[in-house]
Design a binder for this molecule. Structure first.
Ligand code: PLP
Length: 402
């Protein structure tokens, strides 16, 4: 065993008297002790409300919070820390962009392109933001193996296309989408592009300038950080043009009953007290990833994916969904005609934690005419031994499923 796994205390948990095999990392990753300690340390030694305080503790808490903004900036290669907005997670980040972008830039007849493999978080916010406008969502189809049809993508653009919203990595199929190429295409048509990076940031190198995207959204809890914190990156010139999302403290310069002026970036988008401890925890998680090495994490996960993909073939009746050549560590499958929930429940009794259902991607399920899948997803702390336990458990329950 390498030095990564022992850093995660929860992984020694037993379920039903068996060792926990945690393969639900696309839903949320577990947290290393150093992130748990950072939260505890924050509340033990640093807790104060940030930005407004005249006292020492408030200044220190503010410094800790703003340090993480710069860490995130460096981590994703943003031009400036003003481009990093803290939110509650990917969902809130996309809702923020959808609401403000629609308000500022969309009018009746405009079009938004989304892919057919988007998470509901990258579909519904656009529908909500446009509910009082006749703005059409146009959908990029994908092939049986789970690759976006780029020719069809190019053909979807019209002179009314204002924005493209696409996931960097599909949470259901694992496909790594060619977002840099897609950004070029969007910009050639005068459209902006938002990338949902929820499933990418902890697994592959993300450089927002290299991608050339206008917005990049992600959650802390899928990258070894606490729940309750996420990031909305936006290009500075664009953020400057967008109206505020929520009103309240922190996002203003001056308020009177007649008129309010808004704060500078990024504070214009950060109304109210943020989850300071969770932001501090996110900073610690970024340090963990950097010190472990993202290349190394990607190599471990790639090995586990290949190993599991080859091994699962030995289980009778298994069909994998998402077999694109460029793929992250997500393995979606069904066993014969068994309902995914039954498979997940039986696996759980043997200590294996997987996710079952539509994974908030119902259009993908419709595309394959299935109710859902079983999804095993890997993180840096998983091992080949765990994959063996998972496959052995599948072998054991397979006869009960037909
Ligand atoms: N986008 C993708 C691709 C996801 O996988 C998820 C979560 O599973 C989300 C968005 C939503 O993330 P959150 O629930 O952390 O806001």
């Amino acid at each position: 065993m390498n030095e990564i796994r022992p850093q995660f205390p929860i992984l020694t948990t037993q379920v039903y008297g068996r060792p926990l095999v945690y393969l639900d990392n696309a839903a949320t990753t577990q947290k290393p002790q150093r992130v748990i300690d950072a939260l505890c340390r924050y509340y033990t030694t640093l807790n104060a409300n940030i930005h407004r305080g005249a006292h020492r503790l408030a200044a220190d808490a503010t410094e800790a919070f703003e340090l993480v903004r710069r860490k995130v900036q460096t981590y994703i290669g943003a031009e400036s820390a003003e481009e990093i907005v803290f939110t509650r997670g990917t969902t809130e980040s996309i809702n923020l962009v959808a609401a403000t972008f629609a308000d500022r830039f969309l009018t009746d007849g405009d079009e938004i392109i989304v892919s057919g493999m988007e998470h509901h978080s990258d579909i519904v916010p656009w529908q909500l933001a446009c509910r009082n406008k006749s703005v059409k969502l146009r959908v990029i189809p994908f092939s049986d193996d789970g690759q976006l049809d780029l020719e069809a993508y190019r053909a979807l653009f019209t002179d009314r296309t204002k924005l493209v919203a696409v996931c960097h990595v599909s949470n259901t199929l694992g496909t790594i989408n060619p977002v840099a190429e897609m950004a070029k295409e969007a910009h050639a048509h005068g459209a902006k592009i938002l990338v949902d990076g929820a499933q990418a940031v902890a697994h592959i190198k993300v450089d927002v300038k290299q991608i050339g995207c206008d917005f990049y959204c992600f959650s802390g809890h899928k990258m070894y950080a606490p729940m309750g914190v996420g990031v909305m990156y936006g290009r500075k010139e664009l953020l400057a043009e967008l109206p505020p999302y929520q009103g309240g403290g922190e996002m203003i310069k001056d308020v009177s009953f007649e008129r309010t002026t808004f704060n500078d970036l990024p504070f214009k988008f950060e109304a109210g007290t943020p989850s300071v401890a969770d932001v501090v925890g996110l900073g610690e998680a970024i340090d963990f990833i950097n010190e472990t090495g993202l290349d190394r994490i990607a190599a471990i996960e790639d090995d586990l994916l290949r190993y599991a993909t080859a091994a699962i073939d030995s289980v009778k009746g298994v069909k994998i969904y998402g077999t694109a050549p460029h793929k992250a560590a997500v393995l979606s499958f069904n066993v014969g005609k068994a309902h995914p929930y039954d498979v997940g429940t039986l696996l759980d009794k043997l200590g294996v934690a997987v996710r079952t259902g539509h994974h908030c991607t119902q259009p993908i399920m419709d595309r394959y005419s299935i109710p859902g899948t079983v999804r095993a997803s890997f993180a840096a702390y998983n091992t080949r031994e765990e994959v063996d336990l998972f496959i052995a458990a599948l072998q054991r329950i397979a006869p009960m499923l037909s």
